[in-house]
Design a binder for this molecule. Structure first.
Ligand code: ADP
Ligand code: MG
Length: 238
């Protein structure tokens, strides 16, 4: 695992400045949540961290490594997307093993890592099923398994619960936090849901229109919102 330091990060799409100079610092092992309304730039920031988009200016560091201009495969970052993105014709076991196979990991090591991930996520009894034979919550767990099967310096989550119903959302939310603690990982989690942010985070970054309005521990921000926007967005008492 590693700390994350984002400094003065800017990104334009055409004429639109989507990130206007973002600073984010997540200490090693912390669970950070980026929260803000739809369209404020959360997914863009996460994609820049993963290397799926390139920054215009600014810097991204993992620990003491400057990764700003590195390809995704050289960053050692794992990402869980909003959509499940499972291979429909592969079993759960094959879905979990896919990334390791691509990296030419040997068979014994693949088996060990698949077992480790499936134990952590309670997928042991489902390894021979196809995605269509799983519930929504189980599919989301497999998607997480695909991300954690490989040890990464940083785990990224982009609204991973948004396709689940309310009851499942609460359960998987608990699972994600448990997983983070077991992995001893550094995590950055994106959501537009204030309750999710407040319950999951060690540290929250409130984004508005491509800028961080406020950051800090959940209760600290809730009790002492720095701007009207933060107060209204988090529903802080007046
Ligand atoms: P969020 O995840 O907070 O909802 P996004 O980061 O997805 O926000 O998008 C921020 C803004 O950037 C939106 O106005 C969106 O339309 C725009 N945007 C995102 N990706 C692209 C792209 N590839 N090309 C053009 N505009 C984009
Ligand atoms: Mg988004």
């Amino acid at each position: 695992m590693a700390s994350v330091t984002v400094t003065a990060l800017k990104k334009k799409f055409g004429q639109t400045e989507v990130l206007k100079g973002v600073d984010v610092r997540v200490p090693e092992g912390h669970f950070a949540v980026l929260v803000g309304p739809s369209g404020c730039g959360k997914s863009t920031l996460l994609r820049l961290l993963a290397g799926l988009e390139e920054a215009d200016t600014g810097k991204i560091e993992l620990g003491d490594r400057d990764v700003t201009r590195l390809e995704p495969r050289d960053r050692n970052i794992a990402m869980v997307f909003q959509s499940y993105a499972l291979y429909p014709h592969l079993t759960v076991r094959e879905n979990l093993a896919f990334g390791l196979k691509l990296r030419k990991t040997d068979a014994a090591e693949i088996e060990k890592q698949v077992k480790r991930a499936s134990d952590m996520l309670g997928l042991g009894a489902l390894l021979d099923r196809l995605p269509k034979q799983l519930s929504g919550g189980q599919r989301q767990r497999v998607a997480m398994g695909r991300a954690i099967v490989r040890k990464a310096d940083l785990y990224l989550y982009d609204e991973p619960l948004s396709n689940l119903d309310a009851a499942l959302r609460a359960q998987v939310r608990v699972d994600i936090r448990k997983l983070h603690d077991e992995l001893g990982a550094t995590s950055v989690y994106v959501t537009h849901d204030q309750v999710e942010a407040m319950t999951l985070a060690d540290v929250i970054f409130v984004l508005n229109k491509g800028q961080v309005e406020q950051s800090g521990a959940p209760l600290e921000i809730f009790d002492k919102p720095a701007t009207k926007f933060v107060a209204a967005f988090l529903g802080s008492p007046a």
